[in-house]
Design a protein around this ligand. Structure first.
Ligand SMILES: Cc1ncc(C[n+]2csc(CCOP(=O)(O)OP(=O)(O)O)c2C)c(N)n1
Ligand SMILES: [Mg+2]
Length: 327
């Protein structure tokens, strides 16, 4: 059974969304270098096709859980780039009033249940969201994004097993960018094709080129439809690559410059979709440029918004802190 679409409108939306992620991240790195960003920064540059191709099938009512590399997931799900940038800048207009930073951005209004500083921390949240949807018979789907490194943690096994036996409407999406921090995947995982692990749980697994948004879209459509039909989870592995360091400032001594330039030169997901749309006559080079420019304006606006926003005052120190004082 084939997946319909994407429509021309969806294709153009996906193209703009990938630029929105790319330019947001480039600005975040630049602003980090200027000392404006408080805390660690893990960018999604290179992996844009995954978040965008998957979230194209979701509505605001559907849920996603994210990782420490969460900006791309937020933007794919429709979060506000102004509040995101303000959060990175530690300003009171940010998603967590400037108190959470990059790894704690959540927007429940669009079903984004949160970035997560704990590797594999999203599994329980997504599986629980899937259970809630099943109990309410709401037709919602939950997508759990995680990295290849998270596969080696217990929550991967526990949650996929539970999701499988209860046939929960969850799609488990492994963004296999081939490194966990500075460690190549093959040094810590002998089974490097994560999709093949699905057989251990009795659910379907699919592996796609995560640099090709159309392949991601197709495979995600099948997995999301299956979840919505009540047939349970899919383990979807997207082979991808992060073009920049693990975090901003990473000297990247664990991989070669050639490897990086091969991936960014030959497999850039934005370039790939742009070329495809031009070949198909959907987009001219001028229109592509104008989409990029208008997204660039939007991101510049986000930086201005963040810059002009105040820091949280001292009264914020004990607000939103859920701990019991010791008597
Ligand atoms: C439970 C836990 N262990 C270790 C870390 C430190 N850590 C942060 S990111 C990371 C690597 C994660 O790799 P992967 O899941 O492949 O995600 P990627 O960074 O490649 O997107 C590690 C080990 C952590 N944040 N949480
Ligand atoms: Mg990884």
């Amino acid at each position: 059974m084939g997946i319909k679409g994407p429509t021309t409108e969806q294709l153009l939306d996906m193209y703009a969304a990938m630029w929105r992620i790319r330019l947001f991240e480039e600005q975040a790195e630049y602003q980090s270098g200027q000392g404006k960003v408080l805390g660690a920064l893990h960018t999604y540059i290179g992996q844009e096709a995954v978040g965008v191709g998957i979230c194209a099938h979701l509505t605001d009512a559907d849920y996603i859980t994210s990782t420490h590399r969460g900006h791309g997931h937020c933007i794919s799900k429709g979060a506000d780039v102004r509040r995101m940038m303000a959060e990175l800048f530690g300003r009171v207009t940010g998603y967590c009033k400037g108190k959470g930073g990059s790894m704690h951005i959540a927007d429940f209004a669009v079903g984004m249940l949160g970035a997560n500083g704990i590797v594999a921390g999203g599994f329980g949240l997504a599986t629980g969201a899937g259970l809630a949807a099943q109990v309410r018979e709401s037709g919602q789907v939950a997508v759990c994004f995680f990295g290849d490194g998270a596969v080696n943690r217990g929550p991967f096994h526990e949650n996929i097993n539970l999701g499988a036996v209860w046939r929960l409407p969850v799609v488990y999406v492994c963004e296999n960018n081939q490194y966990a921090q500075w460690t190549p995947q093959e040094e810590i995982t002998l089974v490097t094709d994560v999709a093949s692990m699905s057989s251990a749980y009795g659910i379907p697994g699919a592996q796609v080129d995560g640099m090709d948004v159309l392949s991601v879209y197709q495979a995600a459509g099948e997995a999301v439809d299956r979840a919505r039909r009540g047939e349970g989870p899919t383990l979807l592995e997207c082979k991808t690559y992060r073009f920049h360091g693990h975090n901003f400032g990473d000297p990247q001594q664990y991989r070669t410059k050639e490897e990086i330039s091969d991936w960014s030169g030959q497999h850039d997901p934005i370039q790939g979709l742009g070329d495809h749309l031009q070949r198909e006559g959907v987009l001219t080079a001028e229109e592509a440029e104008s989409i990029r420019n208008s997204v660039q304006e939007e991101i510049a606006g986000a930086v201005r918004f963040a810059d002009e926003s105040p820091y949280p005052g001292p009264e914020e120190l004990t607000r939103d802190v859920f701990s019991t004082p010791v008597a």
